[in-house]
Design a protein around this ligand. Sequence first.
Ligand SMILES: [Zn+2]
Length: 257
Amino acid sequence: MKTVLLEEMTWPEIELAMKNGMDTVLIIAASVEQHGPALPEITDTVRGYAEGIDLAKRLGNTLVAPVIRPGLSQHHMHFPGSITLRPEVFKGVVEDYVEAYILHGFRTIILTSSHGGNYGALAEATEELAMKHPEVCIVSGCSADDLDAILIQMEQLEGLPVGTCGGHACDWETSEMMLFDEAYVRKEKLQKGYVGAITDEILDRFFRKGVDAVSEIGVWGDPTGANAERGKRYFEFYQDMQEKAIRRNLEAWREKK
Ligand SMILES: [Zn+2]
């Protein structure tokens, strides 16, 4: 098969794929939001597609839904171009995706996010949908806590100072975008953002006032040393963690049955 992206397939191709056992659909929620002066607004969506295509191959029998863009980006609204959905609209979109794929006969639905801000609402939506459709296996991937741990582990693996992979337009995201296509990154605009400690006071400022109250360029981390080779290692590591989390959650659902 040429593609695992549902949006690139015709309906007879999808019907045939499902007859041949492709009964799992992967739904990824991304964002359309500012990513500092060097990365485009589409960053999380680009990452979402790359993650989805790779995960579908790792998991097998899996097709990838059109990546959901935009997502929840309230904290980025002080920067031009960002779009945010109201939480109830976001959860409604997720619900409508899931209901559509259940209607078409998919038996396993995996929901993940390529944007940190979506994690909470996506976890809630996943739990609600799983309760509503006990006959369908509806599970998530990594949690928000998993993501925090992954960022720290990535810095340690690369021997980088604490805060380099802050999680937003940082060394991780910038290196990955270089891996996907160097043209995405305005290299001459790369600039260090917030790399300090993540205290309660900082988080409070971040959530109440927005990203710009912590970093006026909208960057959480230091992308100035980013490169594509590191992007490849980051990507593999992140995908390993995501695959592990999904398999663990699929296993837990089956055990409950
Ligand atoms: Zn991002």
